[in-house]
Write a protein that binds this ligand. Structure first.
Ligand code: SAH
Length: 246
């Protein structure tokens, strides 16, 4: 898979892409992530990329020409062009899974007051927001998307199967995880995790995931596929009972 990030501030993006799991995935060829400097696509001696907005109101807006030139240069037949935009559809794990299947993503990072509207009308196939807040630019959103999409690529994660158990994969939040030591500051790792009984561990994890989701993100439960037994568990939580010892 290939991802291009188009930005006025490549130095904000590049160091993140070189570290840890993203860096390793790139070096191993799991993803080919490139950073394009928007200024390289601007014309004239001063390579101007932004200008005052028509109608007043202050604040600079990214001009359309450099963004069009960048995309026209980077585009491949399988490319999807996505504008980082607080007005776009909200990025979720489901959107990450959808984008992980696209051959080539071109992520456009806006700046200042935003981007000339003709970019979303004529150039971008999609607009994505990473949440209901406003950042100073689209660089962090582009990195968020590149990161979430990269870790879904086959071979990006160390342990196969880890991606299936984690938060949102099944519509629920992840169950608690523990590592050594078995006892830390008076708190022991739940005995079930040391029992070696895999069926019991699976049931415990599922019940814990349900409990955590019910407690902090009840909105997610409306869309989760629950078995009859799991629905009964949720009813117990609603009656104020704690997670049963499975
Ligand atoms: N005036 C705009 C905000 C501009 S912020 C408005 O009110 O909608 C500048 C740029 O940062 C945007 O063009 C976008 O590319 C990026 N950005 C800011 N917040 C974002 C978010 N929550 N999700 C995605 N991109 C965001």
């Amino acid at each position: 898979m290939r991802i291009d990030i188009v930005t006025l501030f490549p130095a904000m993006v590049e160091p993140v892409l070189g570290e840890s799991m993203l860096g390793r995935a790139r070096r191993r060829g799991v993803v080919d992530i490139r950073v394009a400097n928007l200024r390289d696509y601007a014309d004239g001696k001063h390579r101007i990329t932004d200008d005052y907005q028509f109608g007043g109101g202050g604040g600079m807006v990214l001009k359309p020409e450099p963004l069009f030139a960048a995309v026209e240069n980077l585009r491949t037949p399988g490319a999807r062009v996505i504008l980082m935009d607080p007005r776009g559809r909200t990025f979720t794990q489901a959107v990450a899974r959808e984008l992980a299947r696209v051959e080539h993503l071109i992520l456009l990072a806006g700046r200042y007051e935003g981007v000339d509207e003709r970019v979303s009308e004529q150039l971008a196939d999609d607009a994505i927001s990473i949440g209901d807040y406003v950042l100073t630019g689209g660089e962090l959103p582009a990195l968020v998307i590149a990161d979430a999409v990269t870790r879904l690529q086959p071979g990006a994660l160390g342990a196969e199967g880890a991606a299936e158990r984690e938060s949102f994969a099944s519509g629920l939040l992840e169950p608690p995880q523990y590592t050594r030591p078995e006892e830390f500051r008076g708190e022991r790792v739940p005995a079930v995790l040391l029992s070696g009984d895999h069926a019991r561990i699976t049931r415990w994890r599922r019940a814990q995931a349900l409990w955590r989701t019910w407690r902090s993100r009840p909105d997610l439960l409306r869309h989760a596929a629950l078995s009859v037994e799991e629905q009964r568990l949720v009813e117990r939580f609603e009656r104020g009972e704690a997670v049963p010892d499975i």
